[in-house]
Design a protein around this ligand. Structure first.
Ligand code: AMP
Length: 278
């Protein structure tokens, strides 16, 4: 695997590959790689000739400086996992390679920016679109692979691709879970053994809602879910919503796809999870 740290190195390398007709698959990450990330690499490996993974802990998408500071960065272990997964290129730039001083960025993505995660993490999706735009501009991927784990992020990036007419196909990959149901996340390393037990209420409740979806109305399902999560010690719910999979507004009979999304603090760690109900 090639390990590159500058935009110039990466775009030169990819230009040469592209000129031979190779297709490029891209998996942007913040590192601390787990099985969820690796499934994205494997999917890219299946669908594209060259697989590029970026590891960049993007400061502009963090609204909590402590969260940024304590974000795990086990780069040696990450490199080994990427090599085993058959990744061709790792792009791991320093912050000053991606941001030259005080840049301005604003993309009008409408209400998607302010719903759900957006309401609890102001500015988060501006930071996400800012860095994903920059990365797409350097990598110029044919396909980019994102996890359903960050469902709203996928919708936001998709909106950016539509608005700016970016020539990339986005692929959403399913959520990878631990055997007990906990959605894999780089932040799970921060959970104490007790937190780890309490955190299971999130996936368990999503699964219950999925099981009962269709048999009970959305309002009742949501109330039951909120009650179950609020009963769990050590868990502080930010939101549990059952939404239209496209608009992310509360779902109704006309919603072709329906998704239940949850965010909560478990101990000091904020976790998100979701399940597609329809
Ligand atoms: P992150 O490193 O958290 O920015 O995540 C990088 C990519 O991996 C994003 O597209 C995430 O949605 C995806 N991802 C994170 N966790 C999982 C998971 N448990 N299963 C599948 N994809 C995931």
């Amino acid at each position: 695997m090639k390990s590159l740290t500058t935009k110039q190195q990466l775009s030169q390398y990819l230009q040469a590959e592209r000129s031979t007709g190779a297709t490029i698959g891209f998996v942007p990450t913040m590192g601390a790689l787990h099985r969820g990330h690796i499934t994205l690499i494997e999917r890219a490996r299946q669908e594209c000739d060259i697989v590029v993974c970026s590891i960049f802990v993007n400061p502009t998408q963090f609204n909590d400086p402590k969260d940024l500071e304590k974000y795990p960065r086990p780069i040696e272990a990450d490199i080994e996992k990427l090599e085993q997964a058959g990744c061709d290129v790792l792009f791991n730039p320093p912050v000053n390679e991606m941001y030259a001083g005080n840049e301005q960025w604003h993309l009008e993505i409408g209400e998607l920016e302010h719903l759900l995660e957006g309401a609890f993490r102001p500015g988060h999706y501006q930071g996400v679109t800012q860095v994903v735009f920059k990365l797409f501009d350097i990598v110029k991927p044919d396909k980019a692979f994102f996890g359903q784990k960050d469902y709203q992020q996928f919708m936001v990036v998709n909106r950016m691709v539509e608005l700016l007419k970016l020539p990339v196909k986005l692929v959403m990959c399913p959520i990878e879970r631990e055997s007990d149901g906990l959605a894999m996340s780089s932040r799970n390393v921060h959970l104490t053994p007790a937190d780890r037990g309490h955190a299971l209420v999130l996936s368990r409740t999503l699964q219950q809602v999925k099981n009962e979806f269709g048999a009970a109305d959305i309002f009742t399902l949501k109330e039951q879910a909120v009650t179950a999560i609020n009963r769990e010690p050590g868990v502080e719910l930010d939101y549990f919503e059952i939404v239209d999979g496209v608009t992310l507004h509360v779902a109704d009979q006309n919603s072709k796809s329906v998704v239940a999304l949850v965010a909560a603090k478990v101990g000091n760690t904020r976790l998100i999870d979701n399940m597609i109900l329809r």
